[in-house]
Design a protein. Structure first.
Length: 482
């Protein structure tokens, strides 16, 4: 879509609220629709009158004005975009009035994102495409006196963010046969290096030299070589503060010798959604030229079964020097992340670190696909993450981190064990990771329920959602340089 400020377009989009009384334009149509209860104004409700003799207008509901949020704007304009696609509309005019309690720039960004979200599809392997985006030109009819330069900048930012979200979705939606560790590393280079991100990829021998024994243990059962992908973006050479994003990169997870049931394995190509999210976020950050310093680390491998695979009962090392007793080979993500986190903190000298992982089925049981679970060792940093998630419309729910939970990870024959037992599985898995960040402020996000969906919800499609690319972007944008 090409966005322009001004009037134009063959169809006009007008927002209405449940408590709207009149529309300055098209009021006769609006009153008729209200009387017949065809349009009530609830969020995401769409009425299109764009037939041969129609008024060439799309009315969209935003709910009650006092309860309006940026996310409800996103959802409404997403539905409008879908409706426009049905009629193959190529150019539109979006009326941008001023809403109560919503910043004008935020309002515009919500509208833009909703329209852009409506265009996403992953149909690479379909012989006949189902979704055919049609809108090419979008004219924003803004209030007189609003600064066009600031609006243009806001539009460009949203486009950059959505590019990152769509990249993450595409990476996750690829089957494991076409998204091996090496291909993931190649994609990171392809997408980021031209944007000024330094991407280094380390193979088997270099990972061994680094002493990443936990990461290597997980990869031993696969013929695919593990890849350590390190991405560095320097948006502010004078600043010392550095944010690290660490993503779980299991390009396929069979569970190893603690093999998963068949029904649980058919979506395990998505177990690298954390990696995809940090790569997508790095793309959005670099394209927007944020004046921040951000690094990202992905330990990519497969967890498979073979004569060389690690086994329950094994005792393995880690880059940190801590030993780990393996009680369950399907608790593998925390092992790869342990070394990746240690690398981010000790080798890259990150001042704050956030990891993103499809870590536990327990998180899905606890929070479903609505909230991402979170664990932290630093409440101030957790508040930064929560604020970023609120801006993004990607809700996060903080879980407790009592010392008693940490005790459950203590090993009998090694420093730690790789599962704390059935109870509080999301918490103990997160706190296991906390053992590998030293005292660095850290937040863990468990996206097992939010990164992939069995059905579409709002502007999130069936399949990969791209959560939490937007949260990571806004976290980086508002990160303090000292």
């Amino acid at each position: 879509m090409d966005f322009k400020i001004g009037k134009g377009g063959e169809v006009t989009i007008i927002p209405v609220f449940k408590d709207s009384e009149k529309l300055p334009e098209f009021d006769e149509l609006y009153q008729f629709l209200k009387e017949k209860e065809i349009l009530t104004g609830k969020v995401g409700e769409v009425y299109a009158d764009i037939g041969y003799k129609g008024d060439k207008v799309v009315l969209i509901g935003l709910g009650e004005e006092e309860k309006l949020t940026v996310d409800s704007i996103r959802k409404a304009y997403y539905q409008a975009g879908k409706e426009l696609m049905k009629f193959k509309v190529e150019s539109i005019q979006v009326e941008v009035p001023e809403f109560k309690n919503i910043c004008y720039i935020d309002e515009i960004q919500g509208m833009i994102e909703g329209l852009l979200q409506s265009e996403y599809s992953f149909e690479k392997y379909l012989s006949q495409k189902k979704i055919k985006p049609s809108v090419r030109e979008v004219y924003l009819n803004i209030i007189e006196g609003k600064k066009a330069e600031a609006i243009d900048k806001a539009i460009e930012e949203v486009k950059n963010i959505i590019d990152g979200v769509f990249l993450a979705r595409d990476l996750v939606n690829e089957p494991a046969m076409t998204m091996t560790p090496k291909i993931l590393a190649e994609k990171a280079k392809e997408e980021l290096e031209g944007l000024g991100v330094d991407v280094k990829v380390y193979g088997q021998e270099e990972i061994e030299e680094l002493g990443m024994e936990a990461f290597l243990a997980v990869s031993k059962g696969s013929a695919q070589e593990p890849q350590l992908i390190v991405m560095e973006y320097k948006g502010n050479e004078e600043a010392e503060e550095k944010l690290a994003l660490v993503g779980k990169g299991l390009t396929f997870d069979s569970g190893g010798y603690c093999i998963k049931p068949g029904d649980s394995m058919n979506t395990m190509f998505t177990d690298m959604a954390g990696a995809a999210a940090v790569i997508g976020a790095m793309k959005a950050i670099a394209k927007s030229k944020l004046d921040k310093n951000v690094v990202a680390v992905v330990a990519a491998c497969e967890n498979l079964i073979s004569g060389t695979a690690y086994k329950p009962g094994d005792i393995i090392g880690s880059m940190s020097g801590k030993t780990i007793e393996i009680l369950n080979t399907d608790a593998e993500g925390r092992l790869t992340l342990a070394d990746a986190l240690w690398y981010a903190v000790k080798n890259l000298k990150a001042n704050k670190v956030i990891d993103v992982a499809t870590l536990t089925g327990a998180c899905v049981v606890a929070l479903g696909n609505i909230n991402t679970g979170a664990i932290t060792n630093n409440e101030d940093f957790m508040e930064e993450v929560k604020k970023a998630s609120q801006i993004a419309g990607e809700p996060v729910w903080e879980l407790p981190n009592n010392e008693e939970y940490k005790e459950l990870n203590k090993g009998d024959f090694a420093d730690l064990k790789n599962t704390g037992g059935r109870g509080a599985g999301t918490i103990t898995a997160g706190l296991f990771l906390g053992e590998f960040v030293d005292s660095t402020p850290w937040v863990h996000l468990d996206i097992a329920g939010t990164s992939y969906s069995s059905k579409a919800r709002g502007y999130l499609p069936k399949g990969a959602t791209g959560v939490p690319v937007k949260t990571l972007y806004y976290l980086a944008k508002n990160f303090k340089n000292y």
